[in-house]
Design a protein around this ligand. Structure first.
Ligand SMILES: *Cc1c(COP(=O)(O)O)cnc(C)c1O
Length: 347
């Protein structure tokens, strides 16, 4: 008997529909980094494809290639962590679209495309204030002119312009958006015709219509992971999709011992701070060891009874964010920590 992570396909598909309704006519690029936020990359991508998602945000080339294998040739797959010429070549070979945020990478991608014989499809990244890769305003004009020249040589196609924002304060995001608009205008002035502009992740895509442009890159909300500190899932119209469930192994004194612990990804700092779902209602999670956890006074527990640590069937609204808030982190952090050794199962 051991713990498992159980996903609710219906809730996932409902979340995708809620996102589509919210952001239309912008498209939804489903972000699947970190093993689809811990939900299992291939199974997640297959279900998303069946539900009509046509664009995936895959982070790195390895993840992008795995998405390609899962959903086939028709999907548009975007990767934005490409560091070396070899990775650029692999990305082109797998038909991935590449986020390019510096001038040297632009040359590496162009060289790889010449060798491959196929034009690379790229999205130019403007730095709009975060200072994490992205071309600075003072370098942007030269960068887009070089991209235009390479496009005219048939070496690459500039599909998009994009950036990333902090989503921490509206004022900072507004300033980033202004810089983004300037970057897009300059790219057009240089003779490029990017079809896809994308800036927003989950929070801004829901709260700020003017940030949606042609596409939004949404991960967290698709998995029903609400932001720490609110708004709640019901307000957003999304539902948590994953339940971390663990069987009771034995009763020790008046505590029930569940088969999940810190080596399974449960932060031991949660001990004493959160409740879990049990057949008789919510109970405190009192202690978290390496392999096992102790659940508060539950003398009539039987081996095999199931504790829901988070997710539907858990305590409260059942979001991983509920746990995250108890230790001052974000729901994604809880979701991605669930050990790869814990089996994933989709209902
Ligand atoms: C992770 C990530 C996203 C998705 O963010 P969510 O808040 O999970 O929707 C979007 N864009 C980039 C560049 C990211 O790294």
């Amino acid at each position: 008997m051991r713990a498992e992570l159980v996903m609710d396909s219906e809730a996932f598909v409902a979340n995708l529909a809620a996102i589509r309704a919210r952001v239309a006519p912008a498209q939804h690029m489903l972000v699947v980094k970190d093993d689809a936020y811990g939900h299992g990359l291939s199974a997640t991508a297959e279900r998303a494809w069946a539900a009509g998602i046509r664009s995936f945000g895959a982070f790195d080339v390895r993840t992008g290639a795995a998405v390609r294998a899962a959903v086939g040739e028709q999907a548009s797959i975007f990767v934005w962590i490409v560091g070396t010429a070899t990775e650029a070549a692999d990305a082109i070979a797998a038909g991935l679209e590449i986020g390019v945020g510096d001038a040297l990478l632009l040359e590496d991608v162009a060289d790889a495309a010449r060798r491959d014989g196929r034009a690379a499809r790229i999205h130019l990244k403007a730095d709009t204030g975060l200072h994490r890769n992205g071309v600075r305003p003072e370098d942007w004009d030269g960068f887009v002119r070089r991209a235009r020249d390479l496009e005219r040589q048939g070496v690459l196609e500039v599909v998009g312009v994009w950036s990333h924002i902090a989503e921490a304060s509206d004022a900072e995001d507004d300033a980033a958006r202004d810089r983004f608009d300037v970057a897009v205008a300059r790219a057009r002035d240089a003779g490029l015709a990017p079809r896809v502009r994308h800036l927003a992740a989950s929070a801004a895509s829901f709260a700020r219509p003017g940030f949606r442009y042609d596409m939004v890159r949404v991960g967290a909300f698709a998995y029903g992971i609400r932001p720490a500190g609110g708004p709640g899932s019901a307000d957003l119209g999304i539902r948590p999709i994953a339940s971390l469930r663990a069987p009771i192994l034995r009763v020790s004194g008046d505590q029930a011992i569940a088969a999940v612990g810190s080596l399974d990804g449960l932060p031991s700092s949660l001990a004493g701070l959160v409740e879990v779902g049990t057949p008789g209602g919510s109970r405190s999670l009192l202690g978290i060891g390496a392999y096992e956890s102790a659940v508060q006074s539950w003398p009539d527990a039987r081996p095999g009874d199931v504790v829901t640590v988070f997710g539907p069937g858990g305590s409260g609204e059942g979001s991983p964010t509920d746990l995250a808030e108890a230790i001052d982190t974000i729901g994604e952090e809880i979701a991605v920590r669930v050990s790869p050794g814990i089996p994933r199962r989709w209902n």
